[in-house]
Write a protein that binds this ligand. Structure first.
Ligand code: COA
Length: 439
């Protein structure tokens, strides 16, 4: 089939981009590096001005975001990953706050135009279909709405199923490049992360459908689930930590109400082992993010257990996960999609799990959020909060009960000052806070 495709070079392909265009890049490992390089070369040659680039999290270099391209490329991302964090924090690049579930909608409703979608796909099958591999997310919507779709056909892109399969007729320009996909590396869980993993695992019931967010915690939780039964996956992303559980039969999707027996995700971030796992695997459905992250679809499975992390939590249960004070560190991602979806699910549990202190010893539980910190999960949405010191359920609890429960799992060195702050905020009459007054 490849021999029948009319390929062009990356340099020729990106000539379709005009000044003022909006360009979508597929996510994570699927960011089409050869096209990015060729687009930046045109920028260097002074051929382009004011081209807007959009993407979710991408792995690998993001040269278009370099300050030297000011006025040439403008990155307006849907998530602030580590490769674009410094330029976003310094103001050269910008970020569009948006629920992950709605990133696809931005294109479909026209709020963000898409002139050119630059994507990476698998080799075609005998029927003329290719797969979006590790990035369906908002990429499918970009393919549907773009004026021009440029696709890199790469033999290393896994042929994943679900919404990932698209006919080649949707693609206007083909480029061939067999560079292996970039792999994400994960550190072994620390002792604190392992304790958090154990506290989360104790909340996960047999038959639960899991969503794990981004960051260090998910693998620490998965490592503790070896003795669970009939777990399912309906998530926005997964990584290496699920593979041993699939091999062991712990994850089998048998208790799911929808997509029974299947794992459902919208993008992936992991090692080659993960990419190989989804290749030609009918047990994994890579779906549009409007499906995976729709809270009402999420809630159709029972015992949905969503585990996401946070940068800071205040004494009322407001969760900041996208910024450190005014500095954008990340994005809202799918946190609230899944917190809400899990809380609507029969027997569901929405969990925010984080270490009680940063590596520098700053308490992540604070009397109030830092000025500028963004509330991702509101105090109305939060259910479970987990640290290495325990797990507390804040749902249906009053402000004063919440403060007491949250302080109970803070780092012991921070508890007295947090108690004092709660006492000052809620007054001396309430009976929940042990209080530094010696009550
Ligand atoms: N005050 C100051 N600095 C803080 C801090 C705080 N309260 N909390 C964390 N930090 C610092 C850490 O020290 C670390 O700094 P370093 O990079 O210099 O070591 C950095 O911020 C990241 O913290 P860490 O705890 O290592 O983050 P993580 O990799 O576990 O990710 C989130 C945590 C919240 C950023 C991540 O889960 C996220 O992006 N969430 C939002 C989106 C989401 O939940 N989506 C759903 C699934 S994709």
């Amino acid at each position: 089939m490849n021999s029948q495709i009319k390929f062009t070079t990356p340099e020729e392909a990106v000539k379709v981009i005009k000044s003022g265009d909006h360009v979508h890049l597929s996510s994570v490992a699927s960011a089409p590096q050869c096209l990015i390089k060729a687009m930046c070369a045109r920028g260097e040659n002074g051929e382009l001005k004011n081209v807007h680039v959009h993407h979710l999290h991408t792995e690998g270099p993001a040269p278009y975001a370099d300050p030297k391209f000011e006025g040439i490329f403008q990155l307006d991302s849907f998530f602030v990953g580590s490769n674009v964090r410094p330029v976003t924090q310094s103001g050269y690049a910008d970020y569009i706050p948006i629920f992950l579930s709605e990133t696809q909608r931005l294109y479909r409703c026209g709020a963000v135009p898409c002139n050119v979608a630059m994507i990476q796909v698998s080799t075609p099958d005998k029927h003329g279909y290719v797969s979006l591999g590790t990035s369906v997310d908002a990429t499918l919507a970009a393919v549907e709405t773009a004026d021009t779709v440029i696709a890199v056909i790469n033999k290393y892109v896994p042929r994943s199923f679900g919404d990932a399969i698209i006919p080649m007729s949707k693609i206007d320009i083909f480029v061939e490049d067999d560079t292996p996909l970039i792999e994400a590396k994960f550190a072994q869980p620390s002792e604190v992360e392992t304790r958090i993993g154990k506290n989360c695992a104790a909340l996960i019931e047999d038959g639960a459908t899991l969503q794990m967010g981004i960051g260090a915690i998910p693998n620490a939780v998965l490592a503790q689930l070896g003795n669970h039964k009939n777990l399912g996956i309906h998530t926005e992303m997964f990584a290496d930590g699920v593979l041993p559980l699939v091999k062991k039969g712990v994850i089998n999707g048998e208790a799911k109400n929808i997509d029974k027996g299947m794992m459902v995700s919208t993008f992936l971030m992991g090692s080659k082992e993960v990419y190989d796992f989804i290749d030609d695997n009918p047990g994994v459905r890579m779906m549009d993010v409007g499906y995976t992250n729709d809270p009402y679809i999420i809630s159709r499975n029972d015992r949905v257990t969503a585990i996401n992390s946070a940068l800071q939590v205040d004494l009322t249960g407001q969760v900041c996960a996208d910024s450190i004070g005014t500095k954008f560190y990340s994005g809202v991602g799918g946190q609230i999609d899944f917190v809400y979806g899990a809380s609507l699910s029969k027997g569901g549990k929405a969990i925010i799990a984080m270490p009680s202190v940063t590596k520098k010893g700053i308490s992540k539980i604070a009397p109030v959020l830092d000025p500028g910190a963004g509330v991702v999960t509101t105090r109305n949405h939060i259910h479970w909060l987990v640290t290495e010191n325990g797990a507390v359920d804040l749902y249906g609890k009053t402000l004063q009960e919440r403060a007491r429960l949250i302080i109970s799992i803070a780092d012991p060195s921070a508890q007295e000052s947090l108690d004092r702050a709660a006492f000052e905020r809620f007054g001396p009459h309430h009976h929940y806070i042990k209080s530094y007054m010696g009550k």
